[in-house]
Design a protein around this ligand. Structure first.
Ligand SMILES: Cc1cc2nc3c(=O)[nH]c(=O)nc-3n(C[C@H](O)[C@H](O)[C@H](O)COP(=O)(O)O)c2cc1C
Length: 353
């Protein structure tokens, strides 16, 4: 039977994927407490709907960084889509284009960055800063030259999180699957697995000064991804970022950090509209998007469900995931008494009592 929601998609994807690919995609750090908290926190927020507000015409669109989005969702950067399906990042790009939403491409992509932007999707580039700053600068220049519209600097991977399934089963890439943006480094075959690559190449010495330097050296707007504290959000603003993604990396980095939706309100308060705010982690229902927007985000990033769609049916599966989520969001908006993504007020959510 065809899956009808994002949870069923995960179950269907699990049947299709190798245990190691499923483990790599689904898993989180240590006891996976943050992975479950990301979900539970959404369930603990209630929507208190308005009625009789003429919701016959609804506008799902929004703007981020001055860009028009048809739906307040951005595809989160995720490594190695080729483990899910041969359509890989190109399938995700085509679906995102169809939905009028940006796709953020991971540095650890299994497709060349130029091939993704050539699809015509609004593409953002996610940067993992490498110790080799020459390579890092080259990645940014390539993104600028090939039409990327934002640079997303991920700051919560000073080292790879402690994921026990990877300790037991280090992820080996199957023959023919490579890190296509990092061919010079990865394809030399020096690294037995991805964790070894991260440990050897990612720069754990990164500081706020580096963020300021990146923001001043590129003409792309810089979005910082991986903020969980209000004081760090404030520092991000001081360093010239155009956007912040409140993220705990889907619970894959440091376990027992808070659910992102729980820290969003305090971060939204200090940001106070001075840059664009996104949140990710655990978004699985249209109502989750309503909650995130009510609590101060302009859009959400969607992670694992995209890989579940890809694993089940390639590009068509990704399109189905976005169709389901978009439909749920639209129904939720109407029933909550809201007419647009940009007019969801704080008073429509409250904590479960
Ligand atoms: C398989 C996988 C690979 C990921 N790779 C990256 C990455 O390369 N860069 C990055 O910034 N975040 C990466 N993330 C984190 C996502 O961008 C995002 O923060 C997270 O998945 C959101 O949570 P969700 O999966 O619950 O929606 C990855 C997540 C997963 C599940």
């Amino acid at each position: 039977m065809k899956p009808i929601n994002l949870f069923e998609y995960e179950q269907a994807a699990r049947q299709k994927l190798s245990p190691s690919a499923y483990g790599y995609y689904a898993g989180g750090a240590s006891d996976e407490i943050t992975v479950s908290d990301n979900r539970r926190a959404y369930d603990d927020i209630q929507i208190l709907p308005h009625v009789l507000r003429d919701v016959s015409n609804r506008d799902l669109s929004t703007t981020l960084l001055g860009q028009q989005l048809d739906f307040p969702v951005v595809i989160a950067p995720m490594a190695m889509a080729a483990l899910a399906h041969p359509d890989k990042e190109l399938g995700i790009a085509e679906s995102s284009k169809q939905f009028g939403i940006p796709m953020c491409l991971s540095t650890l992509s299994t497709t060349k960055m130029e091939d993704v932007s050539a699809t015509g999707v609004n593409s953002w580039f996610q940067l993992y800063v490498h110790k080799d700053r020459g390579l890092t600068r080259e990645l940014v220049s390539r993104a600028e030259a090939s039409g990327y519209t934002a640079l997303v600097v991920t700051v919560d991977v000073s080292v790879a999180g402690y994921r026990e399934y990877l300790v037991r089963n280090p992820l080996q890439l199957p023959d023919g699957v490579g890190l296509e943006i990092l061919t010079d480094y990865w394809n030399r075959g020096e690294y037995p697995n991805i964790n070894a690559y991260v440990a050897a190449q990612f720069d754990a010495s990164l500081t706020w000064e580096d963020i300021e330097t990146f923001a001043s050296q590129t003409r792309l707007p810089v979005i910082i991804k991986g903020i969980l504290r209000a004081d760090d959000a404030k520092e991000s603003l001081n360093r010239g970022v155009a956007g912040i993604v409140v993220s705990n990396h889907g619970g894959r980095q440091l376990d027992t950090v808070p659910a992102t939706i729980d820290v969003l309100p305090e971060i939204a308060e200090v940001v106070n509209g001075r840059c664009d705010l996104l949140v990710d982690g655990g978004v699985r229902r249209g109502t989750d998007i309503i909650k995130a927007l009510a609590l101060g985000a302009k859009a959400v990033m969607l992670g694992r469900p995209i890989l579940w769609g890809l694993a089940v049916d390639g590009q068509a599966g990704v399109t189905d995931i976005l169709t389901i989520l978009c439909r749920e969001f639209d129904i939720g908006l109407a029933l909550a008494g809201c007419v647009s993504s940009t007019s969801i007020s704080r008073d429509i959510v409250r904590r479960r009592i």
